[in-house]
Design a protein around this ligand. Structure first.
Ligand code: G3P
Length: 218
């Protein structure tokens, strides 16, 4: 399973990259706004800065919601860096845009996916990635993980090449369950990835090893 980091924060991206386990980055307009990045030039410069840090795909979301606007924006976004994947919302014109880009060999990430039907459409249009949001479904008392498993099963039935990129991953159990059901990618904040490191028996075991070493070595 690939690990993407879901942030536009350069320090966090650097830290994840230095850990040696990072496969890519996803961003969205809310995450860019959180970093205070505004204006097209600054946004594009920021995407370039992210691409310079990470070895892997970087999803950059279009703001336009009409077919022509999404095509123009996507074609501009991919000039920033070969790592850019055009992130497109799950709407009617979005599906048309994904189809257009897939016919041109341009990679896409279909975002804001909340149902198996939407995921089927994204795959049929030729999306490179589909992004179902787990946490936001959990927020409204629907089982986000169930959706991931459902989409993975459907894609396997027909051998769709679209990768299931589980998004809105809020904690380690989301991430581990994604691995259990066979999601291709998870994207999450850095703290979810670093939380995987923790186990009290690791801490107490290491303390004991070091204490025993000290007893005989001083
Ligand atoms: O990748 C989508 C993600 O940014 C949404 O996460 O926690 O805002 O639902 P969240």
């Amino acid at each position: 399973m690939k690990f993407f980091i879901d942030t536009a924060n350069l320090n966090e991206i650097r830290e994840a990259q230095e850990l040696g386990i990072l496969d890519g980055v996803t961003t969205n307009p809310s995450l860019m706004a959180k970093e205070g990045i505004s204006g097209k030039n600054n946004v594009y410069k920021h995407y370039k800065a992210i691409c310079d840090i990470v070895d892997g795909d970087v999803s950059a979301e279009v703001i336009a919601t009409d077919f022509k606007g999404m095509i123009e924006e996507g074609e501009e976004l991919i000039t920033i860096d070969p790592k850019i994947v055009v992130k497109i919302p799950m709407i009617k014109d979005g599906i048309k845009a994904i189809k257009y880009f897939s016919q041109k060999g341009i990679r896409t990430n279909c975002t804001l996916v909340f149902s198996a039907g939407q995921a089927l459409l994204a795959a049929k249009a030729g999306a490179t990635y589909v992004s179902p949001f787990i946490g936001r479904l959990d927020d409204i008392s629907q089982d986000g993980m169930e959706l991931i498993a459902q989409i993975v099963g459907i894609y396997r039935n027909y051998d769709y090449q679209t990768e299931v990129l589980a998004a809105s991953v809020r904690h380690t159990m989301h991430l581990i369950s994604c691995a259990e059901v066979g999601a291709d990618v998870v994207t999450c904040p850095l703290n979810v990835i670093t939380a995987l490191l923790n186990h009290p028996l690791t801490d107490s075991g290491l303390a004991k090893f070091l204490a025993d070493h000290k007893k005989v070595n001083g």
